[in-house]
Write a protein that binds this ligand. Structure first.
Ligand code: IPM
Ligand code: MG
Length: 364
């Protein structure tokens, strides 16, 4: 049975990087693919950043692949209509609580990092970000007018035991397949929600994951350690907001935001399947959109994560990862990762190169 994949290219560079993924999925085969609108594109067509019908499609799909949302064109819209709300609603209504953001430095790109090559060569970190709770969704929230003429903006950082435990469990399980180390990150020194986070993660560890080494770190220190000595980390588990910040930081260790894929997973159902959405960590990059400049690799690697985590097609996922590696080794680079003496290419040519490498590696 063909797997149902819903593709939501979104805004900015989303459609052009997704076009390369589409070619790749067509080549691999075995998918029944639908496309839909999200973000500003959905707002322009339907007056909402995520139409109910699109959400219903996403809930029925075996996996969702998303490009990027947002752009200056929609910046002045009211909060509820902003492109980002479309993405946040997908995450929330699909209950995708665990966001996996691997920061992996390809050997060929160690020199492209702004950090010293020794610090990042061989780096392989997995950030597990809580994605459906915390300050992103906490109530009360809003902007109110005060009697004295001032205004007051409110957001609420809130976590419950079950929200913490389910995402920590994902982190511990992943660590068991890696280097068996988890660093849990919060601000327990200033936030009660952070203290609860620390205590619940520790309790879960002691009960079920004593074979994994657990450490705790304050988020500000973690930001510093990520650029000081990034290889000290294996799996990092943290809340929604800290995860947003720290994953951008970790992304730059790898040379470019244009290289980072992500997977957002829900709970396992009775058949062991999880709802899942895959998206590059980079944004919509409106400044280079539509100019054949964007790096499609983060989106291609997101499709590889989909094959690995949703469809158990490990051989094909490995093939894509190796093809990307080979293309980078050959010095074929989009503008974000180009170095002197290498071959600068555009989005489509990068897609061509990855497909050609897949053909070579698979002997097709
Ligand atoms: C991310 C992005 C989103 C977030 C935005 C686009 C809402 O920065 O996926 O990291 O803040 O979660
Ligand atoms: Mg972000």
């Amino acid at each position: 049975m063909a797997k149902r994949v819903l593709i939501l290219p979104g805004d900015g560079i989303g459609p052009e990087v997704m076009a390369q993924v589409r070619r790749l999925l067509d080549r691999i085969g075995g998918f029944s693919i639908d496309e839909g609108l999200v973000g500003g594109a959905a707002y322009d067509a339907h007056g909402t950043p995520l139409h109910d019908d699109t959400l219903a499609e996403a809930l029925k799909a075996d996996a969702v692949l998303l490009g990027a949302v947002g752009g200056p064109k929609w910046d002045t819209l009211p909060f509820a209509d902003k492109p980002e709300r479309g993405l946040l609603r997908l995450r929330k209504d699909m209950d995708l609580f665990a966001n996996l953001r691997p920061a992996l430095v390809f050997d060929a790109l160690a020199g492209a990092s702004t950090l010293k090559t020794d610090l990042v060569r061989g780096l392989d970190i997995m950030i597990v970000r809580e994605l459906t709770g915390g300050v992103y969704f906490g109530e009360p929230r809003g902007i109110e007018a005060l009697p004295n003429g001032e205004r007051r903006g409110v957001n609420t950082q809130v976590y419950t035991t079950s929200e913490i435990v389910r995402v920590a469990r994902v982190a511990f399980e992943l660590a068991r397949k890696r280097d068996r180390r988890v660093c849990s990150v919060e601000k327990a020194n200033v936030m009660e929600s952070g203290l609860l986070w620390r205590e619940e993660v520790q309790t879960l560890h002691d009960a079920d994951y004593a074979d994994v080494a657990l450490s705790h770190m304050y988020a500000d220190n973690c930001a510093m350690q990520l650029v000081r000595q990034p290889k000290q980390f294996d799996v990092i588990v943290t809340d929604n907001l800290f995860g947003d910040l720290l994953s951008d930081c970790a992304a730059m260790l790898t040379g470019s935001l244009g290289m980072l894929p992500s997977a957002s997973l829900g709970a396992e159902d009775a058949d062991g399947r999880r709802k899942a959405l895959y998206e590059p960590v980079h944004g919509s990059a409106p400044d280079i959109a539509g100019r054949d400049k964007a790096n499609p690799m983060a989106c291609i690697l997101s499709a590889s994560m989909m094959l690995r985590y949703s469809f158990d097609r490990t051989a094909e996922a490995d093939l894509i990862d190796r093809a990307c590696q080979e293309v980078l080794n050959a010095g074929i680079r989009t503008g974000d990762i180009v170095e002197p003496g290498m071959t600068p290419v555009g989005t489509v040519a990068m897609g061509d190169a990855v497909l050609a490498a897949m053909d070579r590696l698979s002997g097709a």
